[in-house]
Design a protein around this ligand. Structure first.
Ligand SMILES: Cc1ncc(COP(=O)(O)O)c(C=O)c1O
Length: 478
């Protein structure tokens, strides 16, 4: 590219490059069904060096980068909990690059977009208008922010004097995501001070929780935080959030809800919507747009009921960051007062663009459809000889074994083999998890491209592999 400083000197040439890139990106999405995950060939991997010498970079990206995506844009990708991204992201991505907004604060359009996105989500979750929020890299970061706000609320001089040997304890159900543990570790509260409460019927058992609280208080600890989950990562289970809100109130605990994906059942049809009833009563909620709202990575959000507690935990304005009544340094809030980052990207633009282009109803319909697809998968598993569900399908997660009759180790080996083979052939992406010591196939459907035929073809492929395995075993046994 010919340059004028770091800008193009020949804009016509740059426009042609940009149009070529746009066409290639559009092709990628239009033909996404034919482009599943595939491993990066050695020769391509070796080409991923920084040459920093110009040349046809658009051609290199089209040839060496676009084909080797992580698979999650494909209609038959259900591994881990990953969103698909949206064609609308291409539009917001272009606009975002053209303004390069730093949304740490000040008075400009991107800040207002973020306020709009926070407010829209707040209302969907049922939190009061006075609540605050900030977009984050994801639920992991949102969790750190929420826990710090909770901690500062119980220890007002924490920012100045640290925890001073006070043993703060937190409580969560046994299926809680590792993000909770990591946040407590990062904040210096310590993994041992996360008390995992056994589940009864897939939910935190309130009697056991009450006993743990009493025991910890008697031992000199200060319980401060209760974490409920709307959609556990392994099985898609939901705590009874109304019950937890009552408990948190009675016990003087901060209630945080990890709703990374499951919080979006708020906009789904029943019966899925009611799974997250009570979520708006939480003191904080962590939720991602990049999972079940399908928006491109990364975009999470933390909502905090008590704005003053939120600000008290993070606001810091040295002289060079003072606000003003007018001009660019005006406006309030500045998002640097609500979180860890001072310089922040424009995550709100892609969320706002997606909502404006598609409308809320399209997201609501797609989320409900994903739950229907998980239920369909569950029905197919139940109807296929030899297969067995690892747990009932409650929301968008289906966990199953390809051959329930095998002993645990053989089942685990078979399920792992099937997951890897189907990933490599491009037929479907399941990930795995462990249920009662058995590695099982796991689909978390946060994919707006999945259709019933995809689910049917994937289960057929699993059945075919399991049958082949059985035939091989029988031959070996003869
Ligand atoms: C329930 C739950 N909580 C937290 C996380 C972590 O979220 P993130 O990857 O956005 O940091 C995940 C990720 O899958 C999750 O499923």
């Amino acid at each position: 590219m010919q340059q004028d400083g770091m800008d193009p000197s020949d804009w016509a040439e740059f426009r042609a490059d940009a149009h070529r890139m746009l066409e290639a990106a559009l092709d990628q999405l239009e033909q996404v069904r034919e482009r599943p995950w595939r491993p990066v060939p050695d020769v391509v991997r070796e080409s991923y060096t920084v040459r920093a010498e110009g040349g046809d970079v658009v051609d290199r990206i089209t040839r060496d980068v676009l084909p080797y995506h992580g698979g999650n844009i494909h209609p038959r990708f259900w591994g881990w909990v990953q969103g698909t991204g949206l064609a609308a992201d291409l539009i917001s991505g272009m606009a975002g690059a053209a303004i390069n907004a730093n949304v740490g604060g000040r008075d400009h359009g991107a800040v207002y977009l973020e306020r709009a996105v926070v407010d829209w989500t707040r209302a969907r979750m049922g939190m009061p208008e006075s609540a605050s929020g900030v977009l984050t890299a994801g639920t992991s970061q949102a969790t750190v922010i929420a826990f710090q706000a909770a901690r500062v609320r119980v220890m007002a001089d924490l920012r100045k004097r640290g925890q001073q040997g006070v043993r703060l304890t937190a409580y969560a159900g046994q299926g809680v995501h590792n993000a909770t543990l990591k946040a407590l570790e990062l904040l210096g509260i310590g993994a041992d001070n996360l008390r995992l409460v056994p589940l009864t019927d897939g939910q935190i058992d309130p009697a056991v929780l009450a006993a743990m609280l009493a025991e910890d208080r008697a031992a000199g600890a200060r319980p401060f935080l209760l974490v409920g989950t709307a959609g556990t990562v392994d099985l898609g289970l939901f705590d009874d959030l109304n019950l937890l809100a009552d408990l948190a109130q009675d016990e003087g605990l901060w209630l945080h809800v990890d709703g990374a994906f499951g919080a979006w059942t708020r906009i789904a049809d029943d019966p899925w919507r009611s799974l997250s009833d009570g979520i708006g009563r939480a003191d904080s909620i962590a939720v991602d747009f990049h999972k079940w709202m399908y928006v491109g990575y990364d975009a999470g959000l933390v909502l905090i009921r008590d704005e003053a507690a939120h600000r008290a935990a993070f606001a810091a304005r040295p002289a060079y960051l003072q606000g003003a009544d007018r001009g660019l340094a005006g406006g309030d809030p500045w998002y640097c007062d609500y979180g860890i980052d001072l310089s922040r990207g424009n995550r709100a633009l892609k969320v706002w663009t997606a909502l404006e282009m598609h409308g809320e109803a399209a997201f609501a319909a797609s989320i409900s459809e994903n739950c229907r697809m998980a239920a369909r998968m569950g029905d197919l598993v139940a109807a296929t000889p030899g297969m067995a569900l690892g747990a009932p399908v409650i929301s968008n997660v289906c966990v199953f074994t390809a051959r329930g009759s095998l002993e645990a180790q053989a089942q685990s080996a078979l399920n792992s083999e099937i997951a890897e083979t189907l990933q490599e052939t491009g037929e479907a992406v399941f990930s795995t998890t462990r249920v009662d010591g058995v590695v099982m196939l796991r689909a978390a459907i946060t994919n707006h491209r999945t259709r019933a035929a995809d689910v049917e073809a994937a289960i057929e492929a699993v059945a075919r592999m399991a049958d082949r395995h059985e035939a091989t075993r029988c031959v070996a046994a003869v």
